[in-house]
Write a protein that binds this ligand. Sequence first.
Ligand code: SAM
Length: 296
Amino acid sequence: MHSDNHEHTMSSFVAPLSAGNMEEMTQQEFDYFSALILQHVGIKLENEKRSMLEMRLYKRLSTLQLRSFRQYMQVLQQDNGSELVAFTNVVTTNKTSFFREQRHFNVLKHDILTQPRTEKTFIWSAACSSGEEAFSLAMQCEAIKSEHPHFDYRILATDVDTQRLEMCARAEYADELREDIPTLFQYQFIEREKRNGNTFTLAEQLKRNIKFRQHNLIHYPEKFGIQFHYIFLRNVLFYFPPSTGEKVVRALVSQLQPGGLFFVGLTESLQHMDVGLELVDVSVYRKPKSGRAVDE
Ligand SMILES: C[S@@+](CC[C@H](N)C(=O)[O-])C[C@H]1O[C@@H](n2cnc3c(N)ncnc32)[C@H](O)[C@@H]1O
């Protein structure tokens, strides 16, 4: 690896920064970055994820015009917090889509219609990524509301990734994502005058009922002061070590109403966790109306 001095004196001769002329990440560097990820967001990166991490951090190095992972390590070590935010944003996996795992939206609708309540229904999309899950929930709720005017709802949508939360606030999405939205909802909830062929923007009507907030799931004691009727924690648990995952679920279950539903991703399961929930559908669990409390 070059010394900093060497890099400095040679800088005018060094080829432009590109993935091809980057040095590979050493084991020591990988250990440093992965420990920071584990400590800050709870995500465990196994060694085989090293090239994925390299590619993601490479973008950040490029932005900061750094020439080695070692230099980036030094930036993080001297950081006052702002680089940690940017680091978090590049290392999280944000894959999502509108009406992902459609079955869960049907389960939600069925539950809302069969358990009518007089009070507002509160839904939490925890780990909401760029907002597709929260907006899909809002569309589903608006459709219910149009047939059952007494139904009212609010959605809290949270994620640790600040860049994704900015995307949520814009509610503007690439046009190719439109086909994931049922045709009727496209007519109802896409702003016609803001469509430009490349992107579309979702209706204000949906935004009014959603609050987007930054929240780190592994900051267990943080509470929102709301007892939710439905919590969606989908496609994030498998990034956590099992003990962290169980603590995250317990912390969220303590904010779920008795009788409320807890959704995880279709490939995820809570069966091995002692969190006091009963399986009621594929990857959907109910908090019993009465029963033993489980420690957080
Ligand atoms: C794969 S996406 C899932 C999005 C959506 N729930 C879905 O199922 O389509 C996982 C999300 O979890 C977020 N995440 C990862 N660790 C987190 C943490 N400790 N606290 C909050 N969000 C986290 C990531 O930023 C990412 O947006």
